[in-house]
Design a protein around this ligand. Structure first.
Ligand SMILES: NC(=O)CC[C@H](N)C(=O)O
Length: 222
């Protein structure tokens, strides 16, 4: 499987994402600058965390207009797997590829700690490799407070689009939401960082299952 890891000015988890899929998973990947305009030859897109364009206006609001975005939107609309983590999740909501928005944490503080997550939908292209329903991943964000209107929430619940929830909500997210997919299930956004939890040396390994699930889903589909 060949992943594109998108690099915006201000991304700071791009190398971690690359390390996770190449060094830990054994798949191939390429760091792709925000100025690129094509995703030809890639089977999956990883939008990493960070502070794209300095978080000016709102997190992800400027990245959403970068040259690579039309290609990402096309890729997603054709059913390609797209993962956005943290700032990547914010970019995906700004781009309209995922419903809702990320507000400031209710504490108005940047929160950096390990969190326990419940896998609320194990039957997705991002979670199928997990054999447990509870995992621990780190969070590191100032604007992770997920919001959507009640109708959208009900629709997502009915469609199984809520994939991860916090067991102890750290940021005020509606329905304890930590990660969601689009209705088609090929785009996932999540605030916790799976790429920071892929080897014992980092203290956590629960992120690996997510990348394994993506690789399996792509190989099955090919
Ligand atoms: N780690 C991240 O991607 C942080 C995202 C964003 N800059 C925030 O603070 O919410």
């Amino acid at each position: 499987m060949r992943f594109a890891v998108i690099v915006f000015p201000g991304s700071n988890c791009d190398e971690d994402m690359y390390h996770a899929v190449v060094d830990q998973l054994g798949e191939s990947a390429q760091l792709l600058p925000h100025t690129a305009t094509s995703l030809a030859g890639f089977d999956g897109v990883l939008i990493p965390g960070g502070f794209s364009y300095g978080d000016y206006l709102r997190c992800g609001a400027i990245a959403r207009f970068s040259p690579i975005m039309p290609a990402i939107i096309d890729f997603a609309n054709q059913g390609g797997l797209v993962l956005g983590v943290c700032n990547g999740f914010q970019v995906l909501t700004e781009a309209g590829l995922l419903p809702g928005a990320l507000h400031e944490n209710t504490s108005l503080e940047f929160i950096c700690k390990d969190t326990e997550l419940k896998i609320t939908n194990p039957n997705t292209r991002f979670t199928s490799a997990y054999t447990t329903d509870t995992i621990t991943l780190p969070i590191a964000h100032g604007e992770g407070n997920y919001y959507c209107d009640p109708d959208t929430l009900a629709q997502m619940q009915a469609n199984g689009q809520i994939v991860f929830t916090y067991t102890d909500n750290p940021n005020g997210s509606v329905a304890d939401i930590a990660g969601i997919t689009n209705a088609q299930g090929n785009v996932l956004g999540m605030m916790p960082h799976p790429e920071r939890a892929v080897e014992a040396l980092l203290g956590l390994t629960d992120g690996l299952g997510l990348f394994e699930s993506m690789a399996q889903a792509t190989k099955t589909a090919l």
